[in-house]
Design a binder for this molecule. Structure first.
Ligand SMILES: [Zn+2]
Length: 159
């Protein structure tokens, strides 16, 4: 994978970066990893922050380098068809590649403190269903919401 690289970023550890310009629509990588059930003790550890939810009771503990894809409230990438990370806008060389973790989460009580520094930073990141309707619709239109969440999306509040 010579189109991406892993490097330190801010205070949060490592991040995934573009080694060359990645035009909108580029398939960046496919998440692979170990399947984790909802009742696995890992959910009560710091490692839980690395899990990507892929179904109501199923998670993926991503292999490297996927595990270094950080959250942003103004992401330049998203996940399609459960595991395919694609550029949702043109990504410049050496730009960090991020996706919105809310697009994969539906746990009711999940939260993550965000310090992405974007103007629209939500500060406390929660499940997809708690995003403003306009933001949800944008991600749905981009096709970067996990299918198990899309199936339920018509029942989410319209505000
Ligand atoms: Zn943020």
């Amino acid at each position: 994978m010579d189109h991406i690289y892993v490097a330190p970023c801010g205070e949060i550890g490592l991040g995934l970066f573009a080694a060359r310009p990645l035009p909108k629509g580029t398939h960046i990588l496919t998440f692979s990893g170990r399947l984790i059930e909802a009742d696995d003790p890992i959910h009560r550890t710091d490692e839980a922050g690395k899990l990507v939810q892929i179904d109501d009771l199923l998670y993926l503990y991503p292999d490297q380098p996927c595990v270094f894809a950080n959250h942003s409230c103004s992401p330049n990438a998203g996940i399609r068809e459960t595991t395919r990370m694609v550029a949702i806008q043109d990504i410049g060389k050496d730009e960090q590649i991020c996706f919105d973790y809310s697009t994969t989460m539906d746990e009711d009580d999940w939260t993550l403190v965000c310090a992405c520094g974007q103007d629209n930073c939500r500060e406390i990141i929660k499940d997809f269903k708690y995003l403003p309707a306009k933001v949800r619709q944008r991600y749905l239109d981009l096709g970067v919401v996990q299918p198990f969440i899309v199936r339920k999306s018509s029942s989410f509040a319209q505000t």
